[in-house]
Design a protein around this ligand. Sequence first.
Ligand code: PEP
Ligand code: MN
Length: 582
Amino acid sequence: MSIDPRATFAFQGGVGSYTEIAVRGLVADGGATTGHATYDDVVAAVVAGRARYGVLPVEYTVVGTLEDAYDLLASGEIVPVAELIGKVEHCLVAPPGATTATLREVLSHPVALAQCEGLFARLPAARAIAFSDPALAAREVAERADASRGAIASAAAAEAFGLVVLERDVADERASYTRYLVVERAPRPGTPPSPRADAPQKTLLSLSPDARSGGIAAVLGELSHAGVRVEKLVSRPRPGVSWEDVLYVELDGAAEDAVVADALSRVRGKCSWFRVLGSFLRAARPTPPPSAPPPPPAREVREVPPLPPAARNYPRAARQARSEPTIVRVGDVELGGDTFVVAAGPCSVETVEQIEGVAEHVRRAGARLLRGGVFKPRTNPYSFQGLGYEGLRIMKAAGERAGLPIVTEVMAPSQVDPVAAVADMLQIGARNMQNFDLLRAVGRTHRPVLLKRGLAGTIDELLAAAEYILSEGNQAVVLCERGIRTFETATRNTLDLSAVPVLRERTHLPVVVDPSHGVGVRRWIRPLCRAAKVVGAHGILIEVHPDPPRSVSDAEQALSYDDFSRIMGDLRELGGDAVYPA
Ligand code: PEP
Ligand code: MN
């Protein structure tokens, strides 16, 4: 990890801006800088490969944090590689011939103007005029060439636009700095990591602490216990999840340092969203802090229990990765806790009347989630393929009417963002359990994921598939046993109920069972629902239709309203909650 000074550096702003001055310090002969109108344009230039690096401001010593850069890093398209600190030295600049006595107007960015109150006290005849940017203010003053108008900008801007510097360093508080992150395009999955830098590093995380695991205090406690110093915390609204925040945490050290890696594995276990955005080179602080900080507590490495050999493909999904079972929240429903959750609904969303009718009935009978497919994975390409986004819209409306969060399948990475904008939970179907691009795409959303076991997927392959999602940041994954393909033909699939205790032992993630697809025949579903509860599942997923024989897909396994009510009665009779010991 090092910065190549002969590369192209994209930044927001123009000639003579403070950012340009800072970026110039990174560039050697053969390198270049390109100014852009917005931070989004900077990122676009980096992602498209027009610039190797982008430089984004994250913090001003006088006005504080700029959240935009953190939000841009959250996209996952760019990664931080280094920190850069630039000095802000405001000068009073004006066209040749002007003096402090001739000035009537001084233009600059409002923050810069506010930093120079002392200057305006010395120039009672001059008014402060707000402008979009100090360097642009200098250009504006140069273009009009009027001795009554000056600007507050950098000396470099004065030089670039043919202005003279009337006074240097005019800010009330002399030392003012901007901290930037130098970013690069995110490496493609599977790219080998770049060689480890010897220089001091920092690591940037994005995470949402899980309130049930102790929230932010538990996260900070783990870091403090390990002696990892937290240098900055920024809180932003969590996309798509009301009243929850994503915290950006900057810490001392590289993510692969043993002590940091150990602390992060513990922190991950206390989060519903967790992602290492990257480790990057630390910039030297230009001024020493006023007093020496207290020495960090001695670092103590706690022993991590070894993982079983089969778990090498899923370190984050493995039971050992978390001290507590994961609870996945879907709207106000909790999966993985003590309450057995029933998700019910049609195989496919067909009409407004159908989905509204099912939603209403299953809610009255005790279901907590509404299931339904709008993108259907069909064996025959000429069969009904689902109502698509229109189906999603009517399903969401039916769920809202009935007070049920909705879960629906996504089949392609391109569907993930638009569906995640509406659905409360995203389903990965059995046929896509090893569609790794799709797994990564849902791993980047903030919606919980229902991951179904593949028709020929082993239990460990299911866990490795979950690992793809967890590794992208999304920690809210529920596993679903839905039957596997065996030599048996009497049932549609073979519902592998033995997977439930195995999964409960190997992972902290919640486990549900789908007897409908598992057995495929209406009259055999009821006993398997009871069995799923008894064997320790956290819930079931079942297909219900107002007129089962008329169901456009999976008609043989669709349950009538009465069938469904009977099953709910059975489950109530079993009492208790999840019976398998946690
Ligand atoms: C479904 O839930 O409707 C579905 C298509 O399931 P699976 O992917 O398990 O076949
Ligand atoms: Mn189905």
